[in-house]
Design a protein around this ligand. Sequence first.
Ligand SMILES: [Zn+2]
Length: 64
Amino acid sequence: MNDSCPSCLARDIAPADSRSRGDRIVDGYRCPNCRHAWAVTRDLTAYSELHSRRAHTRTRRTAA
Ligand SMILES: [Zn+2]
């Protein structure tokens, strides 16, 4: 799953490395823009929460 760089805010960066740990996935990223590296742990049981967060972002963007 793509993510945004927490350093320079570049968007839609694909994970360079994905590992599953039980019911979690750890995605490792490296920003092609600023070379910042980070990792995101995702709980596979929390997908509904992710969807609501996306909907909230879309609402804010439309309002602005
Ligand atoms: Zn970056």
